[in-house]
Write a new protein. Structure first.
Ligand code: ADP
Ligand code: MG
Length: 322
């Protein structure tokens, strides 16, 4: 149902960066070790994501573009212990309903398939030779939803939003080699060797990475680890704070504040630290099924977790520990 897909697209696909996020998350869920992201004109002209993951069987390719069809959840119970990034089966049909999508994919030891869909209509499906993995190309985003198109900001702003998402996905998946280019110019390349500090270096630059301190701590419910900047390394935006829960990048106001509070009076007004905070917890303590974009989560025992974060950071940047 193309209309239902377009309505869902309004929630899932706000802007080019949301397309990038959904496509890269799919590539991550497919157990890729290499993911290349290419965009043109802030993603408005073209977004391409190439992965070397599991690929899609020929017989499942059309199904992947059907609403609420996901290969990732089998039972209702699975909803309460989600480990994959996707699970709603909304992204591909939503994107394909508001753009032109070409997908080339091959599963292990299988012949490849290519499919072209525009505005929710399949234009072409054929065999295509390729190695295992998936390439998905999204062009002409929002061609049939002019209101959405009008609402977008400048190409520069959209590119910055994409960059931001790619950075966070790279930070949350240090064992995947990412490359990201815009109009042919490489903006990021990570090694994929599992080293968070090297990934931070690739993203924020060696000099900034040198001013970030490793920390780790835990209580009965939570394990936290990551890197926080020396109080002297700050920015005027909270964009340099990334929070990952069980490998998933999330947004959470309280936890972001807990990081900032860890600095106490060491931060000047309006200045924010760099931080990459990885939290691991029992999936039962987190509800990711709050919003279609899956970025906002509910956490049980949030105050306890906030306290642990605040104290760990305060301790790590205390003068006697530097
Ligand atoms: P979800 O990720 O919530 O399952 P999507 O609409 O994002 O839903 O994707 C639909 C299905 O298409 C996925 O469940 C998966 O089986 C398949 N798929 C999408 N992208 C890829 C990819 N890059 N590699 C392998 N399979 C993919
Ligand atoms: Mg998905």
């Amino acid at each position: 149902d193309i209309l239902a897909d377009q309505i869902a697209a309004g929630e899932v696909v706000e802007r080019p960066a949301s397309v990038v996020k959904e496509l890269v998350e799919n590539a991550i869920d497919a157990n890729s070790s290499q993911i290349d992201i290419l965009v043109e004109e802030g993603g408005l002209a073209k977004i391409q994501v190439i992965d070397n993951g599991e690929g899609i069987e020929d017989s499942d390719v059309e199904l992947a573009f059907k609403r609420h069809s996901t290969s990732k959840i089998l039972t209702k119970k699975d909803l309460f212990k989600i480990r994959t990034l996707g699970f709603r089966g909304e992204a591909l049909p939503s994107i394909a309903s508001v753009a032109e999508v070409e997908l080339e994919t091959a599963a292990k030891n299988a012949a490849g398939t290519a499919i072209k869909i525009k505005g929710g209509q399949i234009l072409e499906k054929k065999m295509a030779a390729r190695s295992q993995g998936t390439t998905i190309t999204v062009a002409d985003l929002f061609f049939n939803t002019p209101a959405r198109l009008k609402y977008l900001k400048s190409i520069q702003t959209e590119l910055a939003a994409i960059s931001d998402i790619v950075n966070r996905l790279a930070l949350s998946n240090t064992n995947i080699a990412f490359s990201f280019s815009s109009n042919g110019k490489t903006l990021l390349q990570t090694a994929g060797n599992g080293n968070l500090q090297q990934t931070i270096s690739a993203i924020y630059g060696v000099n900034n990475a040198r001013k970030m301190l490793a920390f780790t701590n835990e209580d009965l419910d939570f394990k936290i680890s990551g890197f926080v900047s020396l109080p002297e390394l700050t920015r005027a935006s909270k964009n340099y704070i990334s929070i990952l829960i069980n490998g998933r990048y999330i947004k959470n106001y309280q936890l972001t504040n807990a990081i900032i509070k860890g600095y106490g009076s060491k931060l000047m007004v309006g200045r924010y630290p760099f931080a990459v905070l990885a939290i691991s917890l029992d999936p039962l303590l987190i509800d990711v099924n709050v919003h279609p974009t899956k970025q906002e989560v509910r956490i049980s025992k949030e105050e306890q977790l906030g306290g642990l974060i605040r104290e760990s950071i305060a301790q790590r940047i205390a003068p006697e520990n530097l």
